[in-house]
Design a protein around this ligand. Structure first.
Ligand SMILES: *[C@@H]1O[C@H](CO)[C@@H](O)[C@H](O)[C@H]1NC(C)=O
Ligand SMILES: *[C@@H]1O[C@H](CO)[C@@H](O)[C@H](O)[C@H]1NC(C)=O
Ligand SMILES: *[C@@H]1O[C@H](CO)[C@@H](O)[C@H](O)[C@H]1NC(C)=O
Length: 320
Protein backbone atom coordinates (compact mmCIF):
# COMPACT_ATOMS: atom_id res chain seq x y z
CA UNK A 1 0.00 0.00 0.00
CA UNK A 2 1.19 3.53 -0.70
CA UNK A 3 2.48 5.63 2.22
CA UNK A 4 -0.46 7.97 2.03
CA UNK A 5 -2.99 5.18 2.50
CA UNK A 6 -1.19 3.58 5.42
CA UNK A 7 -0.73 6.97 7.05
CA UNK A 8 -4.45 7.56 6.65
CA UNK A 9 -5.24 4.20 8.20
CA UNK A 10 -3.29 5.20 11.31
CA UNK A 11 -4.51 8.73 11.58
CA UNK A 12 -7.76 9.50 13.29
CA UNK A 13 -8.94 12.48 11.29
CA UNK A 14 -9.35 13.06 7.59
CA UNK A 15 -7.68 16.42 7.94
CA UNK A 16 -4.31 14.72 8.22
CA UNK A 17 -4.69 13.04 4.88
CA UNK A 18 -6.15 15.40 2.32
CA UNK A 19 -4.63 13.35 -0.46
CA UNK A 20 -6.96 10.35 -0.19
CA UNK A 21 -9.64 11.66 -2.58
CA UNK A 22 -6.87 12.55 -5.03
CA UNK A 23 -5.56 9.04 -4.79
CA UNK A 24 -9.00 7.65 -5.58
CA UNK A 25 -9.23 9.95 -8.57
CA UNK A 26 -5.88 8.84 -9.92
CA UNK A 27 -6.88 5.18 -9.60
CA UNK A 28 -10.03 5.82 -11.64
CA UNK A 29 -8.00 7.70 -14.24
CA UNK A 30 -5.59 4.78 -14.47
CA UNK A 31 -8.54 2.47 -14.97
CA UNK A 32 -9.96 4.53 -17.83
CA UNK A 33 -6.57 4.81 -19.55
CA UNK A 34 -6.05 1.07 -19.29
CA UNK A 35 -9.40 0.46 -20.94
CA UNK A 36 -9.02 2.87 -23.85
CA UNK A 37 -5.50 1.62 -24.56
CA UNK A 38 -6.73 -1.87 -25.37
CA UNK A 39 -9.64 -1.07 -27.68
CA UNK A 40 -10.10 -3.11 -30.83
CA UNK A 41 -11.15 -1.27 -33.96
CA UNK A 42 -12.88 -2.70 -37.04
CA UNK A 43 -13.14 -0.51 -40.15
CA UNK A 44 -14.74 -0.67 -43.59
CA UNK A 45 -13.74 1.43 -46.55
CA UNK A 46 -14.82 1.52 -50.18
CA UNK A 47 -11.52 2.51 -51.85
CA UNK A 48 -13.05 2.89 -55.32
CA UNK A 49 -11.03 1.04 -57.95
CA UNK A 50 -7.98 0.43 -55.85
CA UNK A 51 -5.48 -0.69 -58.46
CA UNK A 52 -1.74 -0.45 -59.04
CA UNK A 53 -2.05 3.02 -60.54
CA UNK A 54 -3.76 4.31 -57.39
CA UNK A 55 -1.27 2.49 -55.15
CA UNK A 56 1.63 4.12 -57.01
CA UNK A 57 0.25 7.61 -56.28
CA UNK A 58 2.30 8.32 -53.17
CA UNK A 59 -0.15 10.84 -51.74
CA UNK A 60 -3.11 8.46 -52.09
CA UNK A 61 -1.08 5.59 -50.66
CA UNK A 62 -0.03 7.70 -47.68
CA UNK A 63 -3.62 8.67 -46.91
CA UNK A 64 -4.79 5.07 -47.24
CA UNK A 65 -1.97 3.87 -44.99
CA UNK A 66 -2.98 6.38 -42.30
CA UNK A 67 -6.61 5.23 -42.52
CA UNK A 68 -5.87 1.48 -42.43
CA UNK A 69 -3.28 1.72 -39.65
CA UNK A 70 -5.97 2.99 -37.24
CA UNK A 71 -7.69 -0.39 -37.40
CA UNK A 72 -7.10 -3.88 -36.04
CA UNK A 73 -9.11 -5.16 -38.99
CA UNK A 74 -9.89 -3.04 -42.05
CA UNK A 75 -12.20 -4.23 -44.81
CA UNK A 76 -11.34 -2.73 -48.18
CA UNK A 77 -13.98 -2.90 -50.90
CA UNK A 78 -13.59 -2.37 -54.62
CA UNK A 79 -10.03 -3.65 -54.82
CA UNK A 80 -9.13 -4.19 -58.48
CA UNK A 81 -5.77 -5.91 -58.35
CA UNK A 82 -3.77 -7.90 -55.83
CA UNK A 83 -0.57 -5.99 -56.63
CA UNK A 84 -2.11 -2.83 -55.16
CA UNK A 85 -2.73 -4.69 -51.90
CA UNK A 86 0.87 -5.93 -51.83
CA UNK A 87 2.12 -2.34 -52.25
CA UNK A 88 -0.14 -1.19 -49.40
CA UNK A 89 1.00 -4.03 -47.10
CA UNK A 90 4.69 -3.33 -47.69
CA UNK A 91 4.10 0.32 -46.95
CA UNK A 92 1.98 -0.41 -43.84
CA UNK A 93 4.52 -2.86 -42.42
CA UNK A 94 7.22 -0.18 -42.66
CA UNK A 95 4.91 2.43 -41.13
CA UNK A 96 4.27 1.13 -37.62
CA UNK A 97 5.12 -1.66 -35.20
CA UNK A 98 2.28 -3.98 -36.09
CA UNK A 99 2.60 -6.70 -38.70
CA UNK A 100 -0.23 -6.51 -41.19
CA UNK A 101 -1.48 -9.35 -43.34
CA UNK A 102 -4.42 -9.69 -45.66
CA UNK A 103 -7.06 -12.19 -46.64
CA UNK A 104 -8.83 -11.63 -49.97
CA UNK A 105 -11.75 -12.95 -51.95
CA UNK A 106 -11.33 -13.79 -55.60
CA UNK A 107 -12.38 -11.14 -58.14
CA UNK A 108 -16.16 -10.87 -58.07
CA UNK A 109 -18.61 -9.26 -60.50
CA UNK A 110 -20.70 -9.68 -63.64
CA UNK A 111 -18.70 -7.70 -66.14
CA UNK A 112 -15.02 -8.18 -67.03
CA UNK A 113 -14.49 -4.41 -66.88
CA UNK A 114 -15.70 -4.19 -63.26
CA UNK A 115 -14.33 -7.05 -61.18
CA UNK A 116 -13.73 -6.36 -57.49
CA UNK A 117 -12.20 -8.10 -54.50
CA UNK A 118 -13.05 -7.87 -50.81
CA UNK A 119 -9.83 -7.59 -48.81
CA UNK A 120 -9.44 -7.72 -45.03
CA UNK A 121 -6.19 -6.26 -43.68
CA UNK A 122 -5.50 -7.19 -40.07
CA UNK A 123 -2.88 -6.94 -37.33
CA UNK A 124 -1.26 -10.32 -36.83
CA UNK A 125 -0.46 -9.48 -33.19
CA UNK A 126 -4.09 -8.81 -32.30
CA UNK A 127 -6.24 -11.20 -34.27
CA UNK A 128 -6.19 -14.57 -36.07
CA UNK A 129 -8.14 -15.70 -39.11
CA UNK A 130 -9.82 -19.02 -38.36
CA UNK A 131 -11.94 -19.53 -41.46
CA UNK A 132 -13.08 -18.07 -44.77
CA UNK A 133 -16.11 -18.75 -46.90
CA UNK A 134 -17.25 -17.49 -50.29
CA UNK A 135 -21.06 -17.29 -50.60
CA UNK A 136 -21.87 -19.01 -53.90
CA UNK A 137 -25.67 -18.90 -54.32
CA UNK A 138 -26.18 -18.05 -58.00
CA UNK A 139 -27.79 -14.75 -59.08
CA UNK A 140 -28.16 -13.44 -55.55
CA UNK A 141 -25.42 -10.79 -55.50
CA UNK A 142 -23.27 -9.03 -58.08
CA UNK A 143 -20.38 -9.29 -55.59
CA UNK A 144 -21.37 -12.10 -53.21
CA UNK A 145 -20.09 -11.72 -49.63
CA UNK A 146 -16.78 -13.31 -48.68
CA UNK A 147 -17.16 -14.15 -44.99
CA UNK A 148 -14.17 -14.43 -42.69
CA UNK A 149 -14.17 -15.73 -39.13
CA UNK A 150 -11.71 -14.02 -36.78
CA UNK A 151 -10.57 -14.93 -33.31
CA UNK A 152 -8.83 -12.77 -30.74
CA UNK A 153 -8.14 -13.44 -27.10
CA UNK A 154 -7.92 -9.67 -26.56
CA UNK A 155 -11.60 -8.89 -27.01
CA UNK A 156 -14.80 -9.68 -25.17
CA UNK A 157 -16.35 -11.65 -28.05
CA UNK A 158 -13.47 -13.91 -28.94
CA UNK A 159 -14.83 -15.44 -32.14
CA UNK A 160 -16.79 -13.39 -34.65
CA UNK A 161 -17.63 -13.43 -38.35
CA UNK A 162 -17.35 -10.45 -40.70
CA UNK A 163 -19.59 -10.40 -43.78
CA UNK A 164 -18.75 -7.66 -46.30
CA UNK A 165 -21.05 -6.28 -48.95
CA UNK A 166 -20.45 -3.73 -51.66
CA UNK A 167 -24.00 -3.71 -53.00
CA UNK A 168 -24.96 -3.07 -56.60
CA UNK A 169 -26.94 0.21 -56.27
CA UNK A 170 -29.89 -0.86 -58.45
CA UNK A 171 -30.28 -4.14 -56.48
CA UNK A 172 -29.45 -2.82 -53.03
CA UNK A 173 -32.81 -3.77 -51.45
CA UNK A 174 -32.62 -7.39 -52.64
CA UNK A 175 -28.94 -7.79 -51.82
CA UNK A 176 -29.26 -6.39 -48.28
CA UNK A 177 -32.28 -8.67 -47.75
CA UNK A 178 -30.24 -11.69 -48.90
CA UNK A 179 -27.60 -11.00 -46.26
CA UNK A 180 -30.08 -12.80 -44.02
CA UNK A 181 -29.50 -16.00 -46.05
CA UNK A 182 -25.75 -15.46 -45.76
CA UNK A 183 -26.20 -15.07 -42.01
CA UNK A 184 -27.94 -18.45 -41.78
CA UNK A 185 -25.27 -20.14 -43.86
CA UNK A 186 -22.21 -18.79 -42.05
CA UNK A 187 -23.65 -19.02 -38.54
CA UNK A 188 -24.44 -22.70 -39.19
CA UNK A 189 -21.09 -23.36 -40.78
CA UNK A 190 -19.11 -22.06 -37.81
CA UNK A 191 -21.74 -22.52 -35.07
CA UNK A 192 -21.35 -18.82 -34.31
CA UNK A 193 -24.06 -16.15 -34.35
CA UNK A 194 -21.66 -13.27 -33.60
CA UNK A 195 -21.90 -11.90 -37.12
CA UNK A 196 -21.15 -8.36 -38.29
CA UNK A 197 -22.17 -7.08 -41.75
CA UNK A 198 -20.25 -4.14 -43.08
CA UNK A 199 -19.64 -2.14 -46.22
CA UNK A 200 -21.13 0.15 -48.81
CA UNK A 201 -24.70 -1.22 -48.95
CA UNK A 202 -26.06 1.81 -50.83
CA UNK A 203 -28.64 1.62 -48.06
CA UNK A 204 -30.05 5.11 -48.44
CA UNK A 205 -31.32 7.92 -50.68
CA UNK A 206 -32.72 6.70 -54.00
CA UNK A 207 -31.59 3.07 -53.60
CA UNK A 208 -33.20 2.12 -50.29
CA UNK A 209 -36.19 4.11 -49.05
CA UNK A 210 -38.06 3.97 -45.77
CA UNK A 211 -40.82 1.95 -47.50
CA UNK A 212 -38.30 -0.67 -48.66
CA UNK A 213 -37.39 -1.61 -45.11
CA UNK A 214 -40.33 -3.97 -44.69
CA UNK A 215 -38.88 -6.06 -47.53
CA UNK A 216 -35.47 -6.39 -45.91
CA UNK A 217 -35.09 -9.23 -43.41
CA UNK A 218 -31.96 -7.58 -41.98
CA UNK A 219 -34.28 -5.05 -40.33
CA UNK A 220 -35.65 -7.80 -38.08
CA UNK A 221 -35.31 -7.14 -34.37
CA UNK A 222 -32.27 -9.34 -33.74
CA UNK A 223 -30.09 -7.20 -36.02
CA UNK A 224 -28.68 -3.89 -34.78
CA UNK A 225 -27.87 -1.13 -37.26
CA UNK A 226 -24.97 0.79 -35.74
CA UNK A 227 -24.85 3.45 -38.46
CA UNK A 228 -28.23 5.19 -38.42
CA UNK A 229 -30.24 6.51 -41.39
CA UNK A 230 -29.37 10.14 -40.62
CA UNK A 231 -25.60 9.64 -40.85
CA UNK A 232 -23.94 11.04 -43.99
CA UNK A 233 -21.30 8.55 -45.14
CA UNK A 234 -20.53 10.47 -48.33
CA UNK A 235 -17.76 13.05 -48.66
CA UNK A 236 -19.40 15.37 -51.18
CA UNK A 237 -21.22 18.34 -49.64
CA UNK A 238 -23.94 17.78 -52.28
CA UNK A 239 -25.03 14.35 -51.05
CA UNK A 240 -26.35 13.33 -47.67
CA UNK A 241 -26.81 9.54 -47.68
CA UNK A 242 -26.15 6.70 -45.23
CA UNK A 243 -24.79 4.36 -47.90
CA UNK A 244 -22.22 2.62 -45.73
CA UNK A 245 -23.41 0.56 -42.79
CA UNK A 246 -22.39 -1.70 -39.96
CA UNK A 247 -24.98 -4.18 -38.68
CA UNK A 248 -24.46 -6.75 -35.93
CA UNK A 249 -26.49 -9.79 -35.01
CA UNK A 250 -27.55 -10.60 -31.46
CA UNK A 251 -27.41 -9.07 -27.99
CA UNK A 252 -24.15 -10.81 -26.96
CA UNK A 253 -22.27 -9.22 -29.87
CA UNK A 254 -24.00 -5.87 -29.36
CA UNK A 255 -22.94 -5.86 -25.71
CA UNK A 256 -19.32 -6.44 -26.74
CA UNK A 257 -19.34 -3.19 -28.74
CA UNK A 258 -18.39 0.14 -27.16
CA UNK A 259 -21.60 2.21 -27.00
CA UNK A 260 -21.98 4.72 -29.86
CA UNK A 261 -18.59 3.77 -31.32
CA UNK A 262 -20.02 3.03 -34.77
CA UNK A 263 -19.28 6.12 -36.85
CA UNK A 264 -17.74 7.55 -40.00
CA UNK A 265 -14.08 8.47 -39.79
CA UNK A 266 -13.96 11.96 -41.24
CA UNK A 267 -10.38 11.84 -42.50
CA UNK A 268 -10.94 14.96 -44.60
CA UNK A 269 -11.23 16.95 -41.39
CA UNK A 270 -8.80 14.80 -39.39
CA UNK A 271 -5.98 14.93 -41.97
CA UNK A 272 -6.92 18.46 -43.14
CA UNK A 273 -7.29 17.38 -46.77
CA UNK A 274 -9.01 19.49 -49.41
CA UNK A 275 -12.35 17.86 -50.33
CA UNK A 276 -11.28 17.65 -53.97
CA UNK A 277 -8.23 15.54 -53.01
CA UNK A 278 -10.37 13.34 -50.77
CA UNK A 279 -12.85 12.75 -53.58
CA UNK A 280 -10.00 11.42 -55.75
CA UNK A 281 -9.67 8.62 -53.17
CA UNK A 282 -13.35 7.76 -52.80
CA UNK A 283 -16.85 9.21 -52.65
CA UNK A 284 -17.30 7.55 -49.24
CA UNK A 285 -15.88 7.97 -45.77
CA UNK A 286 -14.46 4.92 -43.99
CA UNK A 287 -16.57 3.51 -41.15
CA UNK A 288 -15.28 2.29 -37.83
CA UNK A 289 -16.56 0.54 -34.71
CA UNK A 290 -14.83 -0.41 -31.47
CA UNK A 291 -15.07 -3.75 -29.69
CA UNK A 292 -14.61 -3.94 -25.95
CA UNK A 293 -11.46 -5.50 -24.65
CA UNK A 294 -11.51 -8.85 -22.82
CA UNK A 295 -9.08 -7.21 -20.39
CA UNK A 296 -11.80 -4.75 -19.38
CA UNK A 297 -13.18 -7.00 -16.64
CA UNK A 298 -9.87 -8.64 -15.73
CA UNK A 299 -8.11 -5.32 -15.26
CA UNK A 300 -11.08 -3.54 -13.78
CA UNK A 301 -11.84 -6.05 -11.04
CA UNK A 302 -8.75 -5.64 -8.79
CA UNK A 303 -8.73 -1.89 -9.29
CA UNK A 304 -12.44 -1.60 -8.55
CA UNK A 305 -11.95 -3.65 -5.39
CA UNK A 306 -9.11 -1.41 -4.30
CA UNK A 307 -11.20 1.68 -4.99
CA UNK A 308 -14.13 0.26 -2.98
CA UNK A 309 -11.83 -0.60 -0.06
CA UNK A 310 -10.37 2.90 -0.11
CA UNK A 311 -13.85 4.41 -0.22
CA UNK A 312 -14.90 2.35 2.79
CA UNK A 313 -11.76 3.34 4.69
CA UNK A 314 -12.43 6.95 3.85
CA UNK A 315 -16.05 6.88 5.06
CA UNK A 316 -14.96 5.00 8.20
CA UNK A 317 -12.32 7.63 8.93
CA UNK A 318 -14.64 10.55 8.34
CA UNK A 319 -17.16 8.98 10.73
CA UNK A 320 -14.64 9.09 13.58
C1 LIG B 1 7.72 1.20 -32.20
O1 LIG B 1 8.52 0.60 -31.21
C2 LIG B 1 9.64 1.39 -30.83
C3 LIG B 1 10.49 0.59 -29.86
O2 LIG B 1 9.73 -0.30 -29.11
C4 LIG B 1 9.14 2.70 -30.22
O3 LIG B 1 10.24 3.51 -29.87
C5 LIG B 1 8.29 3.42 -31.25
O4 LIG B 1 7.73 4.58 -30.67
C6 LIG B 1 7.16 2.52 -31.73
N1 LIG B 1 6.46 3.18 -32.80
C7 LIG B 1 5.13 3.17 -32.91
C8 LIG B 1 4.59 3.85 -34.11
O5 LIG B 1 4.40 2.62 -32.11
C1 LIG C 1 -3.58 -16.54 -32.45
O1 LIG C 1 -3.41 -17.95 -32.42
C2 LIG C 1 -2.23 -18.38 -31.73
C3 LIG C 1 -2.10 -19.88 -31.91
O2 LIG C 1 -3.28 -20.52 -31.53
C4 LIG C 1 -2.32 -17.97 -30.28
O3 LIG C 1 -1.16 -18.34 -29.58
C5 LIG C 1 -2.49 -16.46 -30.20
O4 LIG C 1 -2.65 -16.06 -28.86
C6 LIG C 1 -3.69 -16.00 -31.03
N1 LIG C 1 -3.73 -14.54 -31.04
C7 LIG C 1 -4.74 -13.85 -30.55
C8 LIG C 1 -4.60 -12.38 -30.61
O5 LIG C 1 -5.75 -14.34 -30.08
C1 LIG D 1 -22.47 -24.58 -30.72
O1 LIG D 1 -22.31 -23.50 -29.81
C2 LIG D 1 -23.06 -23.64 -28.63
C3 LIG D 1 -22.98 -22.35 -27.83
O2 LIG D 1 -21.77 -21.66 -28.05
C4 LIG D 1 -22.54 -24.86 -27.87
O3 LIG D 1 -23.25 -25.00 -26.68
C5 LIG D 1 -22.69 -26.09 -28.76
O4 LIG D 1 -22.12 -27.21 -28.10
C6 LIG D 1 -22.01 -25.89 -30.09
N1 LIG D 1 -22.34 -26.98 -30.98
C7 LIG D 1 -21.42 -27.61 -31.71
C8 LIG D 1 -21.92 -28.68 -32.61
O5 LIG D 1 -20.23 -27.34 -31.65
Amino acid sequence: MTPCVSRCLHSSTMGLCPRLPLLLLSFSTLLVQEVTASEFKICAYNVEKFDSAKASDSRALHTLKKIVSRCDICLLQNVVDAAAVTTLLVSLNRYDNYSYQSVSSRSLGNSPSDMQQYVFIYRVENVNVTGQHQYEQKKSFVRPPFAVQFQSKNIAVQRFILVPLHAEPSQAVQEIDRLYDVFKEVSNKWNNTNVMFLGDFHASCAYVTRADKKNIRLFKSSFYWLIRDKVDTTISPDTNCAFDRIVVHGKPFLKAISPLSGQVFNYVKEFKLPTSKALEMSQNFPLEVTLKSSALLLQATPLLMLISVLAIVQSFLSAL
